[in-house]
Structure formats: structure tokens, C-alpha cells
Design a protein around this ligand. Structure first.
Ligand code: SF4
Length: 329
């Protein structure tokens, strides 16, 4: 991938459950257990079919971490026909492949065995490191202990899973913490070669959360972190910003070369007040750079064959499709 290309992907976002064992102080995604706390299979399958019809290539399964630890959740997942959320996710990943979308799962912290279970049906997976710092915003979130997250990213490397991670900026960490977090990611990639992109995401305060009054990170600070990321991370790791949260056009010159996933169908359930820009807006943001659509598995991992037999026909088909559009794949 050359530096004068800015990439993005087209996805549908499926929040399989909003129940989560953590209590991050900036979160507006998490909800208590209710009879509506699980995305129903029929709705999920409808979303997959509509997304494929609209030209999406990725099904993004993002949901609360270890919801089974929350009292009452088990009843609803059992009623949906599954033992646990990861089993449900696995089944929907299979449906997604059938529908023509490559699954990418971000289920929070998972064990080596759980990653191994989901790997054959996922083209890539992700977990935001967020920060290596111990911060008050995470005091009631056992899954946000940095060592636990680093261990999972390391396990994904051992399993050769093309991986997305990133930093969340403005949640109580210092510039030094950000540098340390980037160094940790760089070192993991040095050992396992599995990090395909690092999201530099700015925290946006949400009404009704304990951090609703917190200042957002300043533009110059955000730019400095992107430059630092570009300096620290290896050349083959993309630096991504979320174009619905930040001014992509102004940040691209700082070293951004990916704009993440946008959707023509589903909202950003984690940041519901921030609609996705559409493709023509991204093209305007890219300015003189070439805007190229990519898959959720980056080209270097397709070349290395880091995917399962289950995914091979679909990856080949989508690569061919994107090449036909004269975009990068
Ligand atoms: S882990 Fe994610 S879903 Fe759970 S409370 Fe934290 S931000 Fe919300």
C-alpha cells in the first residue's frame, strides 16, 4: 500500500448485545439486562442481507464484554437458542459469510481458546488497547486492565489473526501514556506481525454518562498523537481515524492513511450522535489523496494466507470485485 492512498471499508454494524460486565465512565452503549438486550437472529440476518445488497463487504460484530457475568442475561441468550454470546456470534459469522460479508468481531476480552474458536469464521478481529494507563474511567471495568488486553492482543498474534487495535484519547491518560501504549503495540507487531491498523480515536462526551462534562482532546494534541503513531509504528501498520468523530481532512496530513469502516445502512452504535459520512464525503476529505476501498482483512494478510478455508472463496470474490472498481484491495 502506498502512502498516497487513503483507505476505507464499507460495513454493517451488528451490536449483538448491549449488556456488558464493564462500567466504563464514558460509555453510552451499555444497557441493563432486559428482554430486548439481544439482537434477534431475524433482525441480524435481515441486516446482513440488506448490507450485502448495498455493496458492503464487512459485518462488524461489536458487543458488550462477557455479558454472561451479568445476572439474568443467560435466560435471554438461552431463549435465542444459544449457550453464550460467542456461540451466537459464531453462528452469525457463518450467516454473514453466506450473505457475502466478511466477519470482523470485536467482543472485548477473549481467551486464547475463544479467539481460536472464532478465528475460522472471522477475516479479522479487534480489541482497542485504549491505554496502558490505570485511569479512574476504568475503575469498575475488569476487562480494561491493560495487562489483560495486551495478553489478548498477544494471543491473537500467536493465532495469526489479522488484528485491529487502537488508542482512545482524552479519557484521563497523559501524552506519556499514549507514547507507552503505541510502543506496546509496536512491540507486539514486531513479535507477531499481526497488527493491520491502529485507530487513534478521540473520546466524545455522551450525555447522561459520568464523563459527559469532560473536555474533548484538542485538535493540535490529536495531530501530535497521530504524528507520534506514524513515527513509532511500523510502515505496514495503518493509522486510522474515525471520520464521524474527527475532522479527517485536517488530520490526514498528520499521518492518517485509513478512515475505517463507514456504513450506508447502520449507525455507529458506540457513538450514536455521530452519523457516518458517506463515500463522496470521504473522497472530499481525502483531497489530493486517492480514496481506495479495502476489505477488513488488509492485502498483506491475504497474501500471507492468514485466513481459513471457510473464508477463501469469499475473500477471492471480494478482492476481484474491488479490483474491478479500480480500488485497492
Ligand atoms: S467495555 Fe465497551 S460496552 Fe462495556 S462498558 Fe466499556 S465501553 Fe461500554
Amino acid at each position: 500500500m502506498t502512502r498516497n492512498v487513503i483507505t476505507f471499508s464499507k460495513n454493517v454494524f451488528l451490536p449483538l448485545t448491549t449488556v456488558c460486565r464493564n462500567r466504563c465512565e464514558y460509555c453510552c452503549f451499555r444497557t441493563p439486562v432486559t428482554e430486548h438486550c439481544i439482537m434477534q437472529p431475524v433482525k441480524a440476518e435481515h441486516t446482513l442481507a440488506c448490507g450485502a445488497g448495498l455493496g458492503c463487504t464487512e459485518a462488524l460484530f461489536t458487543f458488550g464484554e462477557r455479558p454472561e457475568e451479568e445476572p439474568g442475561f443467560e435466560r435471554w441468550i438461552t431463549q435465542a437458542g444459544y449457550d453464550n454470546i460467542l456461540q451466537y456470534c459464531h453462528a452469525l459469522c457463518e450467516k454473514s459469510i453466506d450473505a457475502g460479508l466478511l466477519p470482523h468481531t470485536n467482543a472485548g476480552v477473549m481467551t486464547f481458546e475463544e479467539l481460536e474458536y472464532l478465528k475460522p469464521v472471522n477475516a479479522s478481529m479487534g480489541l482497542m488497547l485504549e491505554t496502558t494507563a490505570d485511569i479512574p474511567a476504568h475503575r469498575n471495568s475488569p476487562g480494561k486492565i491493560p495487562e489483560i488486553r495486551i495478553e489478548m492482543i498477544e494471543n491473537a498474534g500467536r493465532l495469526q489473526i489479522p488484528f485491529t487495535t487502537g488508542l482512545l484519547l482524552g479519557i484521563g491518560e497523559t501524552m506519556q501514556d499514549r507514547e507507552e501504549s503505541l510502543i506496546v503495540i509496536r512491540d507486539l507487531h514486531k513479535r507477531y506481525g499481526h497488527i493491520q491498523e491502529v485507530i487513534i480515536q478521540n473520546f466524545c462526551p455522551k450525555p447522561g454518562t459520568p464523563m459527559s462534562g469532560r473536555q474533548e482532546i484538542r485538535f493540535d494534541e490529536m495531530c501530535a498523537v497521530i504524528r507520534m503513531a506514524r513515527d513509532i509504528l511500523q510502515e505496514d501498520v495503518a493509522v486510522q481515524v474515525a471520520p464521524n468523530l474527527a475532522d479527517a481532512a485536517s488530520l490526514i496530513p498528520c499521518g492518517v492513511n485509513d478512515l475505517g469502516g463507514i456504513s450506508p445502512l447502520t449507525i455507529d452504535y458506540v457513538n450514536p450522535g455521530h452519523p457516518w459520512p458517506q463515500e463522496d464525503e470521504l473522497r472530499r476529505s481525502a483531497g489530493n489523496y486517492i480514496l481506495g476501498e479495502r476489505l477488513c482483512i488488509y492485502p498483506q494478510f491475504i497474501e500471507k494466507g492468514w485466513f481459513s478455508h471457510e473464508l477463501e472463496p469469499l475473500i477471492n470474490q471480494l478482492v476481484k470485485h474491488l479490483s474491478g472498481q479500480e480500488t485497492v484491495s
